[in-house]
Design a protein around this ligand. Structure first.
Ligand SMILES: Cc1ncc(COP(=O)(O)O)c(C=O)c1O
Length: 442
C-alpha cells in the first residue's frame, strides 16, 4: 500500500463523467477557481461561464453570502441524521420552497442530485396510487429526448438514446410520448413554437393502448434542457395537464434546470400557470454549491400517506444526506440572494435581449437552428462531414484553449444559459465569443 501522505499527480485514475476520457487526458481543461461570471484557469485566465456551470450557478460563482452560510454551517452542525431527527434550517428551507411552489405543492422531499429527485418522484407516484388502492397503476410515460438523470428510473423514462442503450432493460412498463421538436416545422423559433401542441394528444393514444388504470405518472421537462433546449409548443403543457387530470394520472414536471429563475420564475410551472402534481428540482436551489435536490409534492399525495399508526414510518424512502445541513444553509442563502437581487425579475427583463443576441448568430457558419427561451438557448450546428459530435468537441477545445469561453456542448449542440446576474454587456460578450468560436470550427 502506498503511504497515506503520498501526493499523486496524474490524470489517469479519475474516470470522468460524460467525458471522452482519452481526449481530455491528452489535453486537459481545468478550472481552479471561479468568481461571479467567470471560471479561473490554473494559468491565470478568466473564462466566461455562459452555461452557469451545468445550469446551476444561477446567482454567479462563489457568492459571499452563500460561501459564508456554508462555512458557518460546517462549523456549527456538520451533519444531522435525517431519519427520525431534524435540524431547524431544513424546515425553514422546506417552508420557503413551499411558498414558492405553485398550487398546493406544499411538501418537500430532499435528495442530492437531479437523478435522485426523479427516482424519488417516480417512487412517490407508485406509493401514492398503492395507498389509494390503485396499485395497478405502475406504468410511467416519459418522452423521447427527455432527460431525467442517469439512475435506472430516470433513464427508463428518459429519451436520450445514448444514455439508455448500454444499460439493459431498465424499468419495465414504460412508454414514451414523441418529442415535441421537429426542425422542419419549428426552426429558429423564439420561445414556444407555434407548431406541435397536438403532440400532447399522443398521450390519449397511450392511454387507449395501456388503459389509464395502469398508468401512474407522466414525467416531462417543461423545457427539455439537456437535449438542446426544446421549448414546449404553445398549448402543449396545458393539454398534458388536462389529459392527465382527466385520467387520474399524476403529472410530474422535472424542473431540475427550469426552476430558480432560468425561465424568469421560481418554478417554470408559474410561467404557464400550470400546477403539476409534483416538481423535481436541484441545481439552482443552492446555486450548485453543495449537492442538493428535491421533490415538491402536492398536499393530496402527502396526506394519502399520513395513515396508519403514527409511530410508524409513512414512506420508506430517503437518503443519508437528505437535507444535509451544508446544502440547506446554502439553499436558504441562495433564495435570499435571488430575492434581494431580484434575479428572477432580471431574467425576465433580459429575455428579449438575450433572444435577439442569440438569434443574431443565425448568419454564422453551420448554424442549423437556434432556440432561445427564458435565459437558455440551444444552438444546433451541422455535424462535420459524417462525424456527429466532432464539431461540437472541437468547439469545446477551442472555447477553452483559445477563446476564454465555457459553454455546455452536447454532440453538436451548444446550450447557452448564462448566470442570471449577467449584465447586458456580459450577454453581448458571450454572443460575440460564441460567434468567434463558430467561425473557428467552420
Ligand atoms: C431535467 C433534468 N433532470 C435530471 C437531471 C439529473 O441531475 P443530476 O445530474 O444532478 O443527477 C438533470 C441534469 O441536468 C436534468 O436536466
Amino acid at each position: 500500500m502506498a503511504p497515506l501522505d503520498m501526493k499523486p499527480n496524474e490524470l489517469e485514475p479519475y474516470w470522468m463523467p460524460f467525458t471522452p476520457n482519452r481526449s481530455f487526458k491528452k489535453k486537459p481543461r481545468m478550472f481552479s477557481g471561479a468568481k461571479d461570471m467567470h471560471f479561473l484557469t490554473p494559468d491565470g485566465r478568466k473564462v466566461v461561464d455562459s452555461s452557469s456551470g451545468l445550469f446551476c450557478v444561477n446567482a454567479g460563482h462563489c457568492r459571499a453570502p452563500i460561501v459564508e452560510a456554508i462555512q458557518h454551517a460546517a462549523a456549527k452542525l456538520d451533519f444531522a441524521p435525517p431519519f427520525q431527527y431534524g435540524h431547524p434550517q431544513v424546515f425553514e428551507l422546506s417552508s420557503r420552497l413551499a411558498l414558492m411552489a405553485p398550487g398546493d405543492l406544499d411538501y418537500c422531499l430532499f435528495a442530492n442530485s437531479g437523478s435522485e429527485a426523479v427516482d424519488t418522484a417516480l417512487k412517490v407516484a407508485l406509493a401514492y396510487h398503492k395507498a389509494r388502492g390503485e396499485g395497478g397503476r405502475t406504468r410511467f410515460i416519459g418522452r423521447e429526448r427527455g432527460y431525467h438523470g442517469v439512475n435506472f428510473g430516470g433513464i427508463s423514462v428518459g429519451g436520450m438514446v445514448n444514455n439508455r442503450k448500454a444499460f439493459g432493460n431498465m424499468l419495465q412498463g414504460v412508454d414514451h410520448l414523441p418529442t415535441t421538436y421537429d426542425r422542419s416545422k419549428q426552426a429558429f423559433s423564439v420561445g414556444e413554437p407555434e407548431w406541435g401542441a397536438h403532440l400532447a394528444d399522443d398521450l390519449l393514444k397511450l392511454i387507449t393502448l395501456h388503459d389509464a388504470s395502469t398508468i401512474a405518472a407522466v414525467i416531462v421537462e417543461p423545457v427539455a434542457g439537456s437535449t438542446g433546449c426544446l421549448a414546449p409548443p404553445k398549448g402543449y403543457l396545458e393539454r398534458l395537464r388536462k389529459i392527465t387530470a382527466d385520467h387520474g394520472i399524476l403529472l410530474i414536471f422535472d424542473e431540475v434546470i427550469t426552476a430558480f429563475g432560468r425561465l424568469g420564475h421560481g418554478f417554470a410551472s408559474e410561467r404557464w400557470n400550470i400546477v403539476p402534481d409534483m416538481i423535481t428540482f436541484a441545481k439552482g436551489v443552492n446555486n450548485g454549491s453543495v449537492p442538493m435536490s428535491g421533490v415538491m409534492v402536492g398536499k393530496g399525495i402527502y396526506e394519502t400517506h399520513m395513515t396508519g399508526p403514527d409511530y410508524l414510518v409513512e414512506l420508506f424512502h430517503g437518503y443519508t444526506y437528505s437535507g444535509h445541513p451544508l446544502a440547506v444553509a446554502a439553499g436558504i442563502a441562495t433564495l435570499n440572494l435571488y430575492r434581494d437581487e431580484g434575479l428572477f425579475e432580471k431574467a425576465q427583463k433580459h429575455e428579449k435581449l438575450f433572444a435577439e443576441l442569440m438569434m443574431s448568430l443565425k448568419a454564422e457558419p453551420n448554424v442549423a437552428d437556434i432556440r432561445p427561451i427564458g435565459l437558455m438557448c440551444g444552438i444546433d450546428l451541422n455535424p462535420a462531414g459524417g462525424k456527429p459530435g466532432a464539431r461540437g468537441y472541437e468547439a469545446i477545445e477551442r472555447m477553452y484553449h483559445e477563446h476564454d469561453l465555457y459553454c455546455r456542448v452536447t454532440m453538436d449542440t451548444l446550450i447557452v444559459a448564462p448566470p442570471l446576474i449577467a449584465t447586458e454587456s456580459d450577454l453581448t460578450m458571450i454572443r460575440d465569443r460564441i460567434a468567434t468560436v463558430l467561425r473557428a470550427v467552420a
